[in-house]
Ligand binder design. Sequence first.
Ligand SMILES: *[C@@H]1O[C@H](CO)[C@@H](O)[C@H](O)[C@H]1NC(C)=O
Ligand SMILES: *[C@@H]1O[C@H](CO)[C@@H](O)[C@H](O)[C@H]1NC(C)=O
Ligand SMILES: *[C@@H]1O[C@H](CO)[C@@H](O)[C@H](O)[C@H]1NC(C)=O
Ligand SMILES: *[C@@H]1O[C@H](CO)[C@@H](O)[C@H](O)[C@H]1NC(C)=O
Ligand SMILES: *[C@@H]1O[C@H](CO)[C@@H](O)[C@H](O)[C@H]1NC(C)=O
Ligand SMILES: *[C@@H]1O[C@H](CO)[C@@H](O)[C@H](O)[C@H]1NC(C)=O
Ligand SMILES: *[C@@H]1O[C@H](CO)[C@@H](O)[C@H](O)[C@H]1NC(C)=O
Ligand SMILES: *[C@@H]1O[C@H](CO)[C@@H](O)[C@H](O)[C@H]1NC(C)=O
Ligand SMILES: *[C@@H]1O[C@H](CO)[C@@H](O)[C@H](O)[C@H]1NC(C)=O
Ligand SMILES: *[C@@H]1O[C@H](CO)[C@@H](O)[C@H](O)[C@H]1NC(C)=O
Ligand SMILES: *[C@@H]1O[C@H](CO)[C@@H](O)[C@H](O)[C@H]1NC(C)=O
Length: 404
Amino acid sequence: MNSISEIILTVTVLAVFGIVVQVKGNVCLKPDFYQNLTIREKLIGEATIFYQARGLLDCYRQCGFYSLCQSVNYDVKTGQCELFASNESHTEYAVNGIVMNVTNRYGQLLGSCENHACSNNEVCQVEGKQHSCVVVGCHGNPDITNINITSFEAKSLWYFDEIVLYACEAGYHPSINATCSTNGTWSPFKCVPFARCNQRSVCENSSAEGEYWFYVRSLKSWIKSYCRSTLSGGFITLNEMNTFSTPAYKKDPDTCMQTDFVAPDIGYTDFQRIRVNMVDKQLAVNLFLFSNSTYNRQTFGRAGDCVDNDVNDTASDCELTGRFVINTNGTGIRIKSSVTWETWGVGGRVGNITRSQDGNLIEGYCGSVVGCGGCQPTALYFEADPNYTPPSDSATFIKCKALL
Ligand SMILES: *[C@@H]1O[C@H](CO)[C@@H](O)[C@H](O)[C@H]1NC(C)=O
Ligand SMILES: *[C@@H]1O[C@H](CO)[C@@H](O)[C@H](O)[C@H]1NC(C)=O
Ligand SMILES: *[C@@H]1O[C@H](CO)[C@@H](O)[C@H](O)[C@H]1NC(C)=O
Ligand SMILES: *[C@@H]1O[C@H](CO)[C@@H](O)[C@H](O)[C@H]1NC(C)=O
Ligand SMILES: *[C@@H]1O[C@H](CO)[C@@H](O)[C@H](O)[C@H]1NC(C)=O
Ligand SMILES: *[C@@H]1O[C@H](CO)[C@@H](O)[C@H](O)[C@H]1NC(C)=O
Ligand SMILES: *[C@@H]1O[C@H](CO)[C@@H](O)[C@H](O)[C@H]1NC(C)=O
Ligand SMILES: *[C@@H]1O[C@H](CO)[C@@H](O)[C@H](O)[C@H]1NC(C)=O
Ligand SMILES: *[C@@H]1O[C@H](CO)[C@@H](O)[C@H](O)[C@H]1NC(C)=O
Ligand SMILES: *[C@@H]1O[C@H](CO)[C@@H](O)[C@H](O)[C@H]1NC(C)=O
Ligand SMILES: *[C@@H]1O[C@H](CO)[C@@H](O)[C@H](O)[C@H]1NC(C)=O
């Protein structure tokens, strides 16, 4: 420790006091003021307000005008005065630094601001015998649901037009950027849940391919959906076998014997993912991006078979052998029980369709009695599975940095 320069610094400090005290007249400083100084130190962290002071006491005094100021850094060389809202005392060595705790304000130094009760986002201004509180920024959290409080509390004072990044909780984006308005209030934003894949593009950094959570307001629930970077719509990833067939044979109408046969309706399709429309709450049956087929594609939910009959023959009573399996187990959604199947083709019949207790497994047999035909669902409305929600970490709640 260089004790000579320490003395010089101390003398400088006291000299600065002397001048200011003289300027202010007969202000009497209690000894504890000097005790509350830490010389050759500075507070670490980001100061809330910067002020060019005319001396240590001026810096100390300035702190008194701000309700949120609790400590200051003063640089004896440059006169730079940094006001801190926090009383946390992490300091480091600084050759010209002085740290002051401002636990009590010397009211005499503040003139008509002596007993001011300005808000934390205001500074008190002396106006003769009166004082006024002037808004200097925004402080604290807006009273809005689903905001990211950590972001707002990252700074004690936000300046006008400053934008809070990551203003909303994960899964939500601000309706407009969260900006500090010049009247000291936050811009009237709301935190809006992401509702489908194409909404990811409103925010910076959220268009990667993967599983995401979307809030479907009309279902009052978060639905897990797979988004592709290039497609606006999403998919439900199916965990189990979802298979649809119009088998590659035709049945003899009398013996029901099967002989190999391929026609435009015939084929097998397995789906790994199904396109979902969050707005209509419907699954799209004819998007085959995540499916594989043998022979001709079968739309989701469809089944049928062919019988070697003439339309003028009497209807065959062979078993209907086209089979479909819809299994939404583990996806968090299920097909609504109101969904019905209609016939397609020539002589199509809807056979037995069974639905598991939990509604996740729907299996059916359909076919034709005189030609090639079968069944298909009318519209595949879905609902949230009341018994099962996938683990929250199995998909991403989108974080929005700021609007684009
Ligand atoms: C100095 O610190 C003491 C103890 O924290 C406190 O009681 C006193 O008011 C402080 N003085 C000033 C001028 O802040
Ligand atoms: C300022 O306050 C902090 C926290 O109360 C304390 O640790 C530190 O010693 C104080 N500094 C001075 C100079 O009083
Ligand atoms: C800082 O201030 C808060 C409330 O104003 C108080 O609870 C806390 O004990 C203080 N911390 C220190 C280190 O003085
Ligand atoms: C909340 O804010 C903090 C601090 O800005 C950030 O680290 C975090 O990622 C934010 N959370 C979300 C969901 O954006
Ligand atoms: C503050 O300013 C914003 C934006 O100019 C405005 O929307 C809001 O109504 C104002 N609030 C008050 C309390 O004046
Ligand atoms: C944003 O995207 C860039 C580049 O893809 C990546 O490096 C960065 O980590 C992303 N940031 C967030 C917050 O996701
Ligand atoms: C789809 O691919 C799987 C795995 O390769 C295979 O086992 C299955 O038979 C295929 N399904 C159809 C309908 O082609
Ligand atoms: C079925 O019967 C109608 C009327 O009897 C006849 O016009 C038609 O040609 C027959 N179709 C076949 C395929 O035999
Ligand atoms: C439904 O029909 C198929 C073929 O016709 C048959 O194999 C199956 O046993 C039937 N299932 C039920 C539950 O009746
Ligand atoms: C649904 O899937 C889970 C595992 O993902 C399994 O434990 C459960 O038995 C399945 N339920 C049905 C009805 O298949
Ligand atoms: C939102 O803020 C970001 C970050 O400052 C900015 O780049 C973007 O243009 C703003 N977007 C809107 C719509 O205000």
